[in-house]
Structure formats: C-alpha cells, structure tokens
Design a protein around this ligand. Sequence first.
Ligand SMILES: [Zn+2]
Length: 368
Amino acid sequence: MQKNPSSVDSKAETSPMSQLHLLWGRLQTELTDFDLKSISPLRLASHIVLVLVIIGVLALTQIQPPDWQMANKTILPDAAPTPTSEVVARVAAYGGSSVKASGPLMRSAVPFTTIPNRPRTDILTYEVQAGDTVFGIAEKFNIKPETIMWSNPELEQNPDMLRIGDKLVILPVNGVYHKIKKGDSLAKIAKKYKVKVEDIVSFEWNKLDSADAALTPGEHLIIPGGEKPYVARTVSVYRGPIPKNAKKGVGSFVWPTSGYITQGFWNGHRAIDIGAWLGSPVVASDSGYVVHAGWDRSGYGNLIIIDHGNGYRTYYAHLSAMFVRVGDSVAQGVRIGSVGSTGHSTGPHLHFEIRYRNVQRNPLGFLH
Ligand SMILES: [Zn+2]
C-alpha cells in the first residue's frame, strides 16, 4: 500500500500524450487495487467520462496543465476551476467598511483563463468550491495564502477550515483585513501588524485623510504588508504512562496513504494534504502508540495521533473510519483508518502532519 505517490510523476513530463499515459496507468492501478464487486457501474462510468473529458480538453486546446511545482496533480482535473465564474460579488470599491455586494458579476466560463495582472483595488468575495485549498485559491488571485488566512477570521488558526460554500474575503494586496475595535488607533494597529502608519493611511481603499483620522469600531481597514504571528493548534492528547510493550518508532516514515498531494507544506499549512479515494487505507507512518483517536472539534474531524517514542508524533486527520484506540501499539505500515472528509474539508483527503517535539516539520522531507 505504500506506493510513493511522488514517484509517479517524477519524470515530470507534461506533454498531453504523457499525461494520457499517466491517467491510463492510474486508472488501471485503481481498478486492480479495488475489489471490483464494490465498484458500481455508475461509479466506473463516471471515472471513464472524467478521463474522456480530460482527454478531450487536452486534445482540443493543446494547452499544458499548469505546473504548480507540486507533486502529482495528474489524476483529477485541476481542482481549481476558472476564477471568472466564482467571483460571486464585488464588494464596494471604497469606504473602509459597509461591505455590500453590488450584485453577482458573472462572466462566461472560458477554460484556462487567468486573472489579469493589472493591480486590483477592491475586495472580492470568493465562494469555496469542492476541492479548494487556501493555497490554491491564493494562487488564483495572485496573493499569498497567508493573506487569505488573515482576512477571514475562521481561517486564521487553520487554513484547513475551508468548507464548500464559504464566502471568503479576497484582498487586493497582501496583508491583513482588520476589523476596527473600540480603543483602536492607527499607531496601535500599525504596531500590531508590523507596518508603518503611513502605509495604512496612504492605502486608498481605507479612505483615511491623515494619521489622526477617526476610526469607527466595526468597520474594516486593509493593512498592506501586515502580518500576523503563526499559532500552532494544540489537540489534547493522552498524557498517561506509556503503555507496556508500546512500539518505538524505527525513525523512518512511510507514506500514510497513496494519492496525490493536493496541498503542500507552507507557512500557514504545516502539513501535507493527500487526495485519495474515500475509504482508502491509512497506515501508521512509523511504529508507536496511539495517543489520540477520536473526534477533534478544531477542524481535524476524526483524528489519530501516534507517538513514536522518539520525539516524533504523526497526525492523520479527516478520517472516515478509525481502527485503533488510545493506548494501542501499532507497527509501521499497519492500517489504522480510512481516508475521509470529516471535519472541515472540501473533499476526501488525508491531512498528514509530522511533529518533532510539537514543531510541525515538512513531511515531504521525511517521506521518500
Ligand atoms: Zn491539510
């Protein structure tokens, strides 16, 4: 089960023909991996239709899929639809507050369009679609993923909190979207986000005359270049004695499931998301004992945490099923659960973290 997903496209060929080969290969592997009886004709047909659609688009357009420098974007069509039809409303162009939608703006959907490069001056709202990630949305709008976290309070602690249908504030520049609180002053706000007062005053959208302009609580300011500190989420885990016979990590990590990377490791997402079929097996990346196996309210959904007894812990989130309990000893490669979409999630995937003394490390540096 530990196919290394990154080996599939390590040759990094992107011509339409090689994409086709890749897709066909994937389809065959998926079919042989599956218990054929469990595949309904409908499901099979939908996969075939999907492949045909991709082939058609590739053949007609001769446009190569964008290389986002992320592993394995091959099996599904790009989860990110064109940006044009998703901009559900344009918010008032100026005014520091009164976020009012002026009606839907719909343009015809043209495949593979890109956002024009001229600088935007207004705030957009974006409706989250199936398969979206904060990283992917940020790329579409040409802003940093952190900016999306810092303009949408529900994402501030955790970019995995996306849910289909959520409406996100998309700032025209990188920075922070600040809601003015009672007692706020420009000096205070500037200090908080590590910018200069002039940067806030001179940003046209804010409509501020001077550094002494009165601020109205409840209204918003755009803080260009502003930053917020990163806060790692904590999950309460088993703190009792280490169970007898608890297995120790061997010090190497295997892929917890096979699939393709839908979101890599970045500052706001210190994990990898591996897109896989609903119900795909999830295995222990290294040996250890289970310190958490249950529902997590912070957005992880069904979450398993394994302590490897050597300072490392691994996290497996959004599971549809869990086959271990707290205190269980597990060997590397043993199945512990199934890929799901529980908690805040836009589609079946495994959110996988490797923490060393509670510091999240890039799993891609450990998985080979
Ligand atoms: Zn994730």
